[in-house]
Design a protein around this ligand. Sequence first.
Ligand code: FUC
Length: 749
Amino acid sequence: MNTKFLLRNGLICTFLGASQVIASTLGPLTLWYDQPAALVGKGTYINEALPIGNGKIGALITGGVGKELLRLNENSLWTGDSNPTGDFKTMGEYQSLADLSIELGTTNAPQDYRRSLDLARSEATVSYSINGVSYRREYFASHEAGLLVIRLTADHPASYSGTVALQNTRKGGITQSSTDLLLMKGTLPNGMKYEAQVVIVPEGGNATAHDGIIDFKACNSLLLLVGAGTSYVMDASRKFQGEDPQEAVTQRLANAKKYTFDELRAAHEKDYLALFGRVYLNLGCSTPQQKAMPTDKRRAAAAQITDPELESLLFQYGRYLMISCSRPGGLPANLQGLWNDSNNPPWHSDYHANINIQMNYWPAEVTNLSECHTALFDLVLSQLPVWRETSKVSNDLKTLDGKLSIRGWAIRTSHNIMGGMGWNWDKTANAWYAQHFWEHYAFGCDREYLTTTAYPLMKEVCQYWQDHLKVLPDDRLVVPDCWSPEHGPHEDGVSYSQEILWDLFNNTVQAADALGVDKEFRDQVASARDKLAVPGVGSWGQLLEWMNEKKGDKLLDTPNDHHRHTSHLFGLYPGRQISVALTPKLAAAALVSLKARGDVGDVREWSFAWRCSLYARLHDGDAAEGQIRRFFGATCPNLFGNHPPMQMDGNFGITAAIAEMLLQSHEGGIWLLPALPVNWPEGSVSGLRARGGFEVALTWKGGVLTEAVVSSKSGTKSSVSYYGKKIAINLKTGESRKLNSSDFLDVAR
Ligand code: FUC
């Protein structure tokens, strides 16, 4: 019998026996389509295929009827090396791994075709019927088992005959077959070994592997287990080269074969829901017409008119993608996550440090996936030995007295996973990375992590900047010769770099205070923070992007500049130097700049996501929600952000932005519903995190907060504000406080 129960955070679950969990929310969290993914552009399925991933291996599922094609990824499969020269040849590219195809030998047109991805279960499904036989395929990527799991079933016996093939997407390598197994392996020019294995378990009929394929005949059902690995290790002392992956992949498959599909699925769902189920979001109900549309049509309509259930699905999609492509112990999400389908992908599918990888991790803390954030820290820490050496020998990074750099490290705009870097220096990216280390502490309050990991890294980056800052005649400090990402001239004191350094210094002072260490160093950093040139306000009321509005006769800051980056607004978001409450003049100038940047011209999917958070920080919920609609207009049919081409950052950025509209905590306290748009009059959210170690649940009606529950995970004192009324809270670890509308009675909207 089915048992319904309410999960913590309001997810309604139905247990179908012990192994199957179906989680649903007020609006089902399912992307669905009435046809297979189509080939677009240069022969890519990336815009339409459905993504699954276990943090290490991923697949794009196309769902073809006569032929299922899955494009496989393994997130360490990179060409390139550690060479410090800083060019793309040595940085290399993130590779697609293999194509797994299942030929089903039918050319008949299907009926009732449906292809879907259920975010609440982390499972994709394809179903259709032909000549009275109903076919069903289920796919999931199990972090528990370390494998992809695929099952094909039908309601008539002996309905499956065909072949399975595994094709290397690059030249070289070999494919072998034996009994029930296909094995593809090869070695990249940099020495990295890679391997994929597919095991088939038929029920009824028979299956034989031969000549690099598996034939199956008259099977009732098929179970496919897919494993993959490379010899990469995140360890500079081993030159990032570890063991041949064969043994580990073989072992994972052997282990999984001991379990049934239902057992594997139950373990997968348990593991996934432990992360995904932490946050529940309801932004109100969509219309029956909206709900009836397949996702590709619906997201186009949502670019015009608010579709609240699709907006909450978009929020959860970012969380789904994060859990699927970024797990502790693994690599972080690159530009295409685990869903790159090319061997010379756009921007090398690299780690881009001037907005993109940072945006990938904006939702991690606030949407309660802080474990996923650790993949970024592990990568950065593993690269440091190489980055330090590179920085020491670079003539571009000389200290102000003209000597080669000794302390700390700097990075270029793009990097790989072996210490190698590509394009142009992004000198303050070191401090932007440091912000992520700090935020992990700010939300989680883990002193051990601050002591051993975050603070040493932040301190080292501060030391780099102590050696590199330029002193102006009036004693102000500026970052010399820097670039507002991909925009305008290289100048001293560009606002982007100044604001990032303010953030670094401010966070480091707070970190040293929290730990009670390094008094002298802490005071030096505090003094440097206070001497940093602060971005000015220009002639048309804008926040200046460069220190001087003009260069010679040329106006640098112009009101009709619609550049995609909003780098000079870093201090507003994700930084905290600029805020409505604490620096109202700078916040007003930031609003002028943001409006001028607009949402036409050189805007990309990630631009809308950033602008959404910026409006949220300016407490303009309607403008923020407008950016969500613009974001829908810049998505692919599978809801991936469409730069073009597909890029993951916008998906993560928009998830963080929606959280930022509902809850903020960057000004020393917790602010409830700071940017609620009129289009979300009624709703609720639970499981969002606030700095200081809090979890927050909120309910609102008629655009007004009706209840808030603030739970403390670390016993920190704080305050809760709602429309100007501030309530002090002093909870012990594990305690909660419920606030309802009467606590905020004198709040007038
Ligand atoms: C940044 C952006 C581009 C693109 C690239 C991957 O450099 O300016 O728009 O997103 O990263």
